[in-house]
Every structure is written in C-alpha cells, then in structure tokens.
Design a protein around this ligand. Structure first.
Ligand SMILES: Nc1nc2c(ncn2[C@@H]2O[C@H](COP(=O)(O)OP(=O)(O)OP(=O)(O)O)[C@@H](O)[C@H]2O)c(=O)[nH]1
Ligand SMILES: [Mg+2]
Length: 446
C-alpha cells in the first residue's frame, strides 16, 4: 500500500480534535495523492458518516468543514444542524479557532462534492477553494483563510469515536516487573523441539510503514535495556526496507540465550512489480534467500544470485510468519492489498508454516491506549480492530496480537516491554506448531 500520511502537525491535530470533541481522525482522502477532483473524492468519502474536510494554504491557515452526514452523489441539499466551517492559523497559536454554523441548517451542503455553499472545496476540480462569505455561512474572509484561496493540500478525515473502555479487559495481562522477568525467562527457556535447529526463524511481512523494522528494533531494545535503532525505520512512499535482513539478537536483560531470529522484509505494495514479490516471499519461506539480499521488485531472486541458498536446511527455513499491520490502516486496506495478503497466506499455508498477526501502533489507534498502555485490552476500538483484522485476513482471534513499538522514546518502559515480550511468547508458541508438525511429514508439501 502506498502509505498516505496526514499533513496535520501534532498541534493542528490536537486543535482539530478538541474542536470536533472527538479523539480519532481516520484519513480517507488526500488531494495531493488522489487528485483534486470530485470523482475520487466521492470514491473515498461517500457513505463514511461524520467527516471533516481540511484545507491548507501557504498563509498558514488550516480551514475546512465538518458534517455529521454522509456524502453521496444525489445532488441534493443536505440537512445538518451540526455542520460547521472552521479555521485556525499556525501563526496565531493563542487565538481561539473560528467556528461558523450554517444560517440555514436545511442547506448545510450539496453532496455533489464538498460544497458548503460559502466555501466550496476542490472548486472546478482544482487546488482552489471558492469563497463566498455572504452565503449560508457568514464569516470574515481574512479570518477564515486570509484571502488566500490557493490550496497546498486538502484532506478528508472520518471522525470516529474510539468508543471508550470495555468494562473488563478481554485478555489478562499482568503489568508488573515480576511478569516481565517471567516472560524473559519463558523466552530464554524455550527451544525448538528439533535438535538440529537452535533458533526459530520468524519472518515479518506487511504493508509499507506497518512497523516491521520497528518491531525488530523494539525487541532488540528490550534485550539491550535501552532503545536501540539498528534497523532503519521511518515513512516514505515506498518501502524503506529494501534488503532482506536476518537479525540475531544479543542476549541481555539477564537472559543467556535468545532462541529466535527476526527476518525483516520489504513492505507489500498494491501494484504489480512493486513491494515484496510473492515468488521472493516463497523463496524466503523455503530458506533460499540469504541475509542482505537486495530485493528487486521487478524480478524475483534467480538461482544464480550469490544470495541464493541452493540447498537450505531446516534451520534456514521460516518457522513462523508474522503479518504486521498498522491498527489505524486496517479499514484503509484496499481490496488489492487484501488480495495480496490472501495470496501470501495461501503460500504460507501450502508450506505448512504457522502464522499470526501483529497489530502495531495501538497508541496511535486509540488515545486511551496512548495515555495508558495498560488500556490496550480494554479499548473498545482495539477490540473492534482485532475482530476486523481477524475477519479480513481469515485468522482466528487468538492469532491477533496488539503491540506498541518503541518509536520516539529514548528509554525503555516496563509496560511496552511486557506487551512486546508477550508478543514474542505468542510467536514462539506459534512457531512450535511448525516443529510439532514435522512428526507428520507426509502432510507437508514443499
Ligand atoms: N506511534 C507508533 N509509531 C510506530 C509504531 N511502530 C512503528 N512506528 C512508526 O511508523 C513508521 C514506520 O515504521 P517502520 O518500522 O519503518 O515500518 P516498516 O514496516 O519497516 O516499513 P517499510 O520498511 O517501509 O516497509 C516509523 O516512523 C515508526 O517510528 C508504533 O507502535 N507506534
Ligand atoms: Mg522496514
């Protein structure tokens, strides 16, 4: 998936959220990516419930319109007594944001497009806004947009309620230092049930920017005792990781043995000849691809490649595939991306490799979790996303594990460690299935 990122700064997002009295904004449409036109706007934004359109100009104004009604393409005036226009400016931090309600709620907007009468966004399918302050919503143009009608960006967000906390957590986690120690001891005491294999090889796959490399960094950090960023992470349009990497983690944190290696791959993308290729994926699973192989999305690895392992042993194969998915992107995964996941899952099933799903960025997904990670199994929103991804990918609920990676922290934190270590324990238990299955070799297909 080409990653679409919000142009809102943290400050702007906070301001907008408090203006909307909601705490979750899910990006649906971004004009610089999808085009300044009404037809893609409708494709992405119709029947999404409450939304907010946000326009940006060079003069530092962030302005737009909220409606709690659906966009459609009926050409009708939509009645919405909650709709309003808003504006605030980066340079006037102390100024209260402007909020203008419609003088006539019968005519909140026309749903042929984001057309709020006094402000018509994507005007004539261009990066401009048409402004008529004397129409349904009455405002001072200088205050609304500084008379700068050329847009540098225009986005639409679904405005969601994160649904608060469930009465009881749906999984029990002990959040104390004894548990952290116990988890470390479970991990260091684990070993594959086949003596020729010393470490489980775990492959991380998922869409671009899902947090695959960050997951390795985070696990490495737990064992180091400080936040480490060995693997390159960040956001780019396409996968930042372009090499196949096998990371062996040095023992630490009182642990003498780390019985697994994490393999990091290139992100999945929608298009043909982009992102991780399914043939390369199959070669990794079978143990043919060696550390530091440079992926070429337009051509899978060839047997002549110096990084092609011609006769891999059991220890070189992948013993567990972990699909890494950004919690906030689940609803945004396109059909093409879901199809790609299905192809990858099929391949993995054919080879009899157990699989599970890591839901990353739970802190970004739910503000209650960002506030206190201990809310992770009590958050309505995370619970809903776990169910959604389980249905979407066709994995059981018990195979979906929410985590938060270290992303901006400098020091490790006991709660984050516990959630990460829990995930490792689940991964190892899942990998165990691979070795257990070897007792029925006739059921496996290569
Ligand atoms: N808040 C938050 N940010 C995260 C989390 N995990 C990853 N990130 C951030 O998300 C961005 C992408 O993370 P990466 O680890 O580079 O993603 P990736 O899956 O390796 O992406 P590619 O290599 O490009 O396919 C980085 O800026 C990370 O800091 C998380 O759990 N919480
Ligand atoms: Mg990466």
């Amino acid at each position: 998936m080409s990653t679409i990122t919000s142009s809102l700064t943290k400050w702007q997002k906070k301001k907008l959220c408090s203006l909307l009295s909601h705490d979750r904004l899910s990006l649906l449409f971004k004009a610089s990516v999808h085009g300044y036109n009404a037809s893609t706007f409708h494709q992405k934004c119709n029947t999404q419930g409450p939304t907010v359109i946000v326009a940006y100009n060079k003069s530092g104004y962030v302005f737009g319109a909220f409606t709690c009604k659906d966009y459609g393409q009926t050409g009708q005036n939509v009645v919405d007594d909650k709709a309003f226009l808003f504006s605030f400016n980066d340079k006037e931090v102390k100024e209260a944001p402007l909020r203008v309600f419609s003088g006539n709620p019968q005519y909140a907007f026309t749903d042929t497009g984001p057309n709020f009468d006094s402000l018509r966004f994507l005007h004539n399918n261009t990066a401009t806004v048409y402004s008529n302050h004397a129409a349904t919503y009455i405002f001072e143009p200088q205050q609304m947009h500084g008379n700068d009608l050329q847009l540098t960006e225009c986005e639409v967000y679904r405005v969601e309620d994160c649904g608060g906390l469930l009465e009881k957590p749906w999984r029990n986690v002990q959040w104390n230092s004894e548990r952290r120690k116990a988890l470390l001891s479970i991990i260091s005491g684990w070993k594959p049930s086949v003596s020729s294999v010393k470490q489980a090889r775990i492959l991380l796959v998922g869409h671009v920017g899902a947090g695959k490399s960050s997951f390795f960094n985070s696990i490495n950090s737990v064992f180091k005792g400080y936040v480490s960023s060995q693997a390159n992470t960040g956001t780019a349009g396409t996968s930042l990781t372009t090499q196949f990497r096998t990371y062996h983690i040095k023992p630490g944190s009182g642990v003498s043995h780390v019985p697994f290696a994490l393999c990091d791959s290139m992100g999945l993308e929608e298009g043909l000849n982009s992102g991780l290729d399914v043939d390369d994926f199959a070669s990794i699973l079978k143990g043919h691809i060696q550390d530091r192989y440079q992926f070429n999305p337009s051509m899978p690895i060839q047997p002549e490649s110096p990084h092609f392992h011609k006769s891999p042993g059991l220890k070189d194969k992948i013993h567990c595939v972990v699909y890494v998915i950004d919690t906030s992107k689940i609803k945004l995964l396109s059909d093409k991306m879901n199809d790609k996941f299905a192809v990858f899952r099929n391949k993995t099933n054919q080879l009899g490799i157990p699989q599970l799903v890591l839901l990353t960025k739970v802190d970004e997904g739910c503000p209650l979790v960002a506030e206190d990670l201990k809310n992770v199994y009590q958050s309505h929103y995370i619970n809903k996303m776990v169910q959604e991804v389980s249905a979407q990918l066709g994995v059981s609920l018990s195979a979906v594990i929410p985590v938060k990676n270290y992303s901006q922290e400098l020091e490790i934190d006991p709660q984050t460690d516990i959630l990460l270590l829990n995930a490792v324990v689940q991964i190892l238990r899942t990998a165990e299935g691979f070795f257990d299955d070897l007792y029925n070799p006739e059921e496996r297909s290569e």
